[in-house]
Design a protein around this ligand. Structure first.
Ligand SMILES: Cc1ncc(COP(=O)(O)O)c(C=O)c1O
Length: 494
């Protein structure tokens, strides 16, 4: 057996340079060619079949050969985000510094479970920046996670621990078994499905979720929330948390967090806010100042830099006011690690792995840090304000059209549907027609939007989180919708 570096590992500095140059050229071609390519095209079935049939190679190929394969079978088939006419879901394009940061973070490739190394201190700084922005007090904590779903799961796990301690249940030892108490979670009707998943994973069970109805602007109704919590308390149930939303994914609605915070304070219930989508707008822009200020009162907040802060997937952020509760919930220190606060030694500050589920953790902070240092909060304000203005133009275009109907407009989300003049069909037929329009637009490759349900009807849903999109792009989207509509209805009686 030889002790020299085996083939496949020994790259010279020139190899790295060459590979780097080729990679940069690929990135340049990808980014500069976006507008010329279809927004979306389904992955070809022959390629999918070939991928399915291929076995893991016994023998490797050259770096150039594998990059050629990337160029042929991967790069041409993105999900569309990045293209300025992609308005589906909340998938922003990555900022260039985010792309660079991911390569740099992978170059260092630390585990950020903890320790006294740069990545830990950068993550601590990023968390503190956002805690300051949200008005969380000194002594609160937080960590970067894989996304908004994990941020909410993390927060609700701490909330469950706190609620359990209050009623004398040792949830770490006994789980949710044998104590006979019913824990209840309160969610707005527009709350994201990740909270439901979290409730199921945490043993609360979806049957113990109280769905609080919305007002006519799709915001949680605080009066109903208060009545429901009071009712549950009187019945001996244990309110675990209320999850309000700052930017519902469906409609962009922002719940009245301040009023909800009053109720939670009165009744002693944990308040979690899901700001995965709208958090950045609400925290940064003056026009949402009232909602933004209210976030300083919540127990936990989910933010999602890989959405409206344009970081490459994945990076979410959870902020927790209750540092001790978080550590009590998650801390489990194996004997081969030492995680006590050790500012001058190897261990460094108390480890992130004591405040969340993951042990090995990636260097997610670098992308958020580099982008925020480059853009500044003002830079972000400008980008988000641009997205809001493009969405407002789309909403105005819908409102002005006689064959389109605006169903909801909040933050940068615009929901609408086609309703041809003189439409004589029923609601189900109109839903079906709009589903067909959606499919035609999505598969047409010239623009992309998503579908959803608003107040029980099928809606076309556009979300603008791409500063590269402009007014002409949303005008083009409406043209696509109208073209699909006229093709679908030309033979239909009105
Ligand atoms: C409001 C809201 N909450 C939570 C999530 C889940 O976030 P993630 O997909 O990052 O897990 C989303 C995703 O779209 C969202 O829009």
């Amino acid at each position: 057996m030889t002790a020299s570096v085996p083939p496949g590992w020994a790259f010279t500095a020139d190899d790295v340079r060459q590979l780097g140059h080729r990679t940069v050229e690929i990135i340049v071609a990808y980014l500069s060619g976006l507008r010329e390519r279809p927004v979306f095209q389904p992955y070809p079935t022959d390629l999918a079949g070939a991928l399915g049939a291929e076995r893991a190679p016994d023998h490797g190929a050259t770096v150039d050969a594998v990059l050629d394969d990337f160029l042929q079978r991967v790069a041409p088939y993105p999900f569309g985000n990045g293209h300025p006419r992609f308005f589906g879901w909340v998938n922003s394009p990555p900022h260039l510094l985010g792309i660079v940061a991911d390569a740099l973070a992978a170059t260092m490739n630390p585990s950020v479970a903890g320790g006294n190394h740069a990545a830990v201190h950068i993550e601590r700084q990023v968390v503190r920046w956002f805690a300051d922005l949200a008005g969380f007090p000194d002594g609160s904590t937080g960590l970067l996670v894989s996304g908004g779903s994990m941020a909410t799961l993390t927060a609700l796990t701490v909330a469950r621990h706190r609620a359990a301690v209050r009623v004398g249940v040792d949830v770490r030892a006994d789980g949710m078994q044998g104590h006979g108490r019913r824990f209840v979670l309160y969610l707005g009707a527009e709350g994201h499905g990740s909270a439901r998943k979290a409730a199921e994973l945490l043993g609360i069970g979806s049957a113990n979720i109280r769905t609080i109805a919305s007002d006519d602007r799709h915001r949680m109704r605080p009066d109903l929330l208060r009545d429901q919590i009071a009712h549950d308390l009187a019945d001996g149930r244990v309110p675990l948390a209320v999850m309000a939303t700052a930017g519902a994914v469906n409609t962009g609605a922002v719940d009245p967090v301040d009023v909800i915070a009053d109720i939670c304070a009165d009744l002693g219930v944990w308040l979690h806010v899901d700001g995965s989508y709208g958090g950045p707008a609400v925290l940064l822009l003056d026009r949402y100042r009232d909602s933004g200020t209210a976030l300083a009162r919540v127990d936990s907040l989910a933010l999602d830099p890989h959405k409206w802060l344009y970081a490459p997937v994945d990076v979410g952020l959870v902020l927790l006011r209750d540092r001790h509760g978080a550590r009590e919930t998650f801390s489990l220190v194996p004997p081969y690690l030492r995680t006590d606060d050790d500012p001058t030694g190897v261990a460094g500050p108390t480890w992130f792995s004591e405040y969340g589920f993951d042990q090995t953790r990636p260097f997610r902070a670098l992308k958020v840090w580099l982008m925020l240092k480059h853009l500044g909060l003002d830079g972000y304000r400008g980008l988000i304000a641009h997205d809001l203005a493009v969405a407002a133009r789309l909403a105005a275009g819908v409102t002005a059209a006689t064959d389109l109907e605006l169903l909801a407009h909040g933050l940068s989300v615009v929901c609408f549907r086609c309703r041809p003049a003189g439409w004589a069909g029923d609601g189900a037929a109109l839903d079906a027609l709009n589903r067909q329009v959606l499919s035609a637009v999505q598969l047409g490759g010239r623009a992309f939007l998503a579908g959803t349900s608003v107040d029980g009807v099928f809606a076309l849903r556009a979300c603008v989180v791409n500063p590269g999109s402009d007014g002409a792009d949303v005008d083009a989207l409406l043209t696509e919708v109208r073209t699909a509509l006229s093709l679908l209805t030309e033979d239909q009686p009105r």
